[in-house]
Write a protein that binds this ligand. Structure first.
Ligand code: SF4
Length: 354
């Protein structure tokens, strides 16, 4: 349960996670060595273009992988237990009860043949062993909490009778009902208009303040996580390429991909002729380039970036970590993860400063 009490121990630690798809055309390295942690009560934003590995990382945490995908390496430590080795029966007890999930498509998340009340109440019956009567009353309270008007009436409605924004609120009510300590929200605002989106993000913050729940918020849109997240992990090519506290990542982005994502955000009140788009195409995870996966699109690319394995994780002087050979003088100590830097490459061959 999310108590919100301060603690130094991460609630979730994902270590060197690898999930690959084994297809007739070859291996698709959807998640290729992802590491990050989430502290109790905080919000971590996973941001990156579609197909960068964010969603498959979340599905790997929950062991809800699509057909053809296999978790081949790494650890997922949740409240001190490694979920990777858990049998399915244990995972069923963890999903919903201890880790909640909100999906992008609320219409797909809610079953069209059951009322909203049944779908919000059911997790309470299953996970909290409430009677149906008590769970139904709690469902009304939860719908009120997510600011659905006339909840006593809405609770009897079917999903198609609600607007898109209301359905997303209802599926959030179902996810937070059993008071999980971690909520994974995968692109929950993508289908919503801008106003509804803002209201929904405010709602998530309120829920967090009230329950102390930790949130992993997945999005391709850097502009919407500014007010919501405490820390950010930027995904590219199945890897986290930069991670750190939100203010540091926003104010001093280190990785050229993070810089490009930020240049693509419209700034309120600032008139620009045209927002910058990131040149080139996202990588094909079935045919990743050698070296840094961003190198075909990077304006600072040099020899070392095109060779061998992706850059290792470097700690910067503040709390950020980055997978990039740039700014060697800002790296603190030895690389934290990944292959050692190629010692045969001289310092002069590293990219110049961005
Ligand atoms: S400078 Fe090299 S390592 Fe850094 S992002 Fe560009 S290509 Fe990748």
């Amino acid at each position: 349960m999310g108590t919100g009490e301060p603690t130094d121990r991460p609630l979730l630690e994902v270590r060197e996670l690898k999930t690959h798809f084994f297809t007739r055309a070859g291996i698709v390295r959807a998640v290729n060595g992802v590491s990050f942690s989430v502290m109790p009560g905080e919000t971590l934003g996973l941001v990156g273009e579609s197909g960068s590995g964010k969603t498959i990382t979340c599905l790997s945490i929950l062991k809800l992988l699509p057909r053809g995908a296999r978790l081949i390496a790494g650890q997922v430590l949740f409240e001190g237990e490694d979920l990777v080795s858990k049998p399915e029966a244990d995972m069923e007890a963890i999903r919903g009860r201890r880790i909640g999930l909100i999906l992008q498509n609320s219409m797909a998340a809610l079953d069209p043949v059951f009322t909203i009340g049944t779908q919000v109440a059911e997790p309470l019956v299953v996970h909290q062993k409430l009677s149906w009567k008590a769970a139904w009353q709690r469902a009304v309270e939860l719908l009120r909490m997510v600011r659905i008007g006339a909840p006593e009436i809405r609770v009897k409605h079917y999903p198609h009778e609600l607007s898109g924004g209301m359905r997303q609120r209802a599926s959030s009510a179902a996810a937070i009902g059993p008071v999980p300590s971690l909520l994974i929200a995968d692109e929950p605002t993508t289908a919503l208009d801008v106003t509804t989106q803002r209201q929904y993000l405010d709602l998530l913050k309120e829920i967090q303040a009230e329950t102390g729940i930790a949130i992993i918020f997945v999005t391709h849109d850097m502009s919407i996580i500014g007010n919501l997240c405490d820390r950010i992990a930027v995904f590219y090519g199945g890897l986290v390429v930069e991670a750190g506290p939100k203010a540091q990542v926003f104010n001093q982005p280190s990785h050229p991909y993070t810089q490009a994502l930020l240049r693509a955000i419209p700034i309120l009140g600032q008139k620009v002729e045209r927002l910058e788009s990131i040149r080139g195409e996202p990588p094909n995870l079935g045919r990743l380039p050698a070296g840094c996966p961003f190198h075909p699109r990077c304006e600072y690319v040099t020899d070392i970036c095109r060779r061998g394995d992706p850059p290792p994780v470097f700690q910067l002087q503040d709390a950020r970590q980055v997978r990039c050979w740039l700014r060697e003088d800002e790296h603190v100590g030895e690389p934290l993860r990944g292959p050692e830097p190629d010692q045969t490459l001289s310092r002069e061959k590293r990219p110049s400063q961005a």
